[in-house]
Write a protein that binds this ligand. Structure first.
Ligand SMILES: NC(=O)c1ccc[n+]([C@@H]2O[C@H](COP(=O)([O-])OP(=O)(O)OC[C@H]3O[C@@H](n4cnc5c(N)ncnc54)[C@H](OP(=O)(O)O)[C@@H]3O)[C@@H](O)[C@H]2O)c1
Length: 302
């Protein structure tokens, strides 16, 4: 993988002396977040399951760090569904870099399926990864570091505001994260911990497209978005860097939608067929049924 050009609207050196963990930081959206954090001087740990791909990304991202920059990168293999591995992620980061200022819960995934065809195993896997995995990372970073020293957490969720037909498992899990963030922002306010979410619309990356049997789906979504295009990786990264930064120091328990307006505009890829199956609530009919029941009861008493 060739080193790519990185830029940022944020000031040079914004994250010097800061340490961040980005789960899923070796690919797609997570990788863009890591590129911008490194560009701004941060020390970053990337964590995910696939060790080989993680090491490749680590080496490639290291090449992008300018020679005189204090930025550093390290990879730590971690399945966020496994409690012990999450505990190890936190303690190894503290051993390597001395602290943890920021946690970006970006690692996650799902598969497209109508809800009626989702097996319990698949449902549990998606909820375990996206909701429980995020919870474990929040709990462990708090217990290992942020309870005493404060910090900022950003979770990547999805465009869930009108439900997510075809992805019911992940939108249920991410809605759980949105609510979890509100609870944690209150429980941990007195420790100086802020926690927020970024909800991307559809954003293309090679690895994201590889998760779906029909990667063409991504091309079909663009024209249905008010912005008339897909989101870019760096547009998600900019929102994450903003929420981590001091510019967001009075923002907690909230979610920024980065979706080109799609959450206001209906469902791009889900058509409801014409039908007449929806029962009507009708006062006249209701009254008729009540009268019939009353008559029956009176007759049975006689
Ligand atoms: N692309 C979009 O349109 C879009 C829209 C809304 C939300 N999102 C969300 O944004 C996040 C990043 O997605 P992406 O589009 O950049 O796709 P991606 O490249 O497939 O990124 C997913 C990352 O999560 C990691 N991951 C998955 N399961 C994990 C686990 N159990 N433990 C640790 N790491 C795990 C993967 O690495 P390993 O396989 O090595 O574990 C991978 O690096 C995901 O949460 C995704 O659902 C994406």
């Amino acid at each position: 993988m060739a080193a790519s050009r990185v830029s940022s609207v944020f000031r040079t050196g914004l994250f010097v002396d800061k340490v961040a963990i980005v789960t899923g930081g070796g690919t797609g959206i997570g990788r863009a977040i890591v590129q911008e954090l490194l560009h701004l001087g941060c020390k970053v740990v990337i964590a995910s399951r696939n060790e080989e791909r993680l090491h490749k990304s680590e080496n490639c991202l290291r090449q992008e760090i300018p020679k005189n920059s204090p930025a550093e990168i390290k990879s730590i293999q971690c399945n966020i569904r496994k409690e012990e591995e999450v505990k190890n992620l936190m303690s190894s980061t503290i051993s390597a870099f001395g602290k943890i200022d920021y946690l970006v819960n970006n690692g996650g995934g799902q598969f497209a399926s109508p809800a009626s065809a989702i097996r319990t195993k698949g449902w549990n896997a998606v909820v375990d990864t996206n909701l429980t995995g995020t919870f474990l990372c929040c709990r462990e970073v708090y217990n290992a570091w942020m309870e005493e020293h404060g910090g900022s957490i950003v979770n990547i969720v999805v465009d869930l505001w009108n439900g997510f037909p075809g992805m019911a498992h992940t939108s249920a899990a991410r809605a759980g994260i949105v609510n979890l963030s509100k609870s944690l922002s209150l429980e941990w306010a007195h420790n100086g911990v802020r926690i927020n979410n970024v909800a991307p619309g559809t954003v293309y990356s090679e690895t994201a497209a590889a998760n779906y049997p029909n990667p063409e789906l991504f091309n079909q979504v663009g024209p249905t978005v008010p912005a008339k295009r897909l989101g870019k990786l760096e547009e998600i990264s900019a929102a994450v860097c903003f929420l981590l930064s001091p510019a967001a120091s009075y923002i907690t328990g909230d979610t920024i939608k980065v979706d080109g307006g799609s959450s206001l505009y209906g469902h791009a890829m889900w058509e409801i067929p014409d039908h007449d199956k929806y029962p009507v609530y009708n006062w006249d009919e209701d009254e008729q049924v009540a009268k019939e029941q009353c008559n029956k009861m009176t007759k049975s008493k006689l």
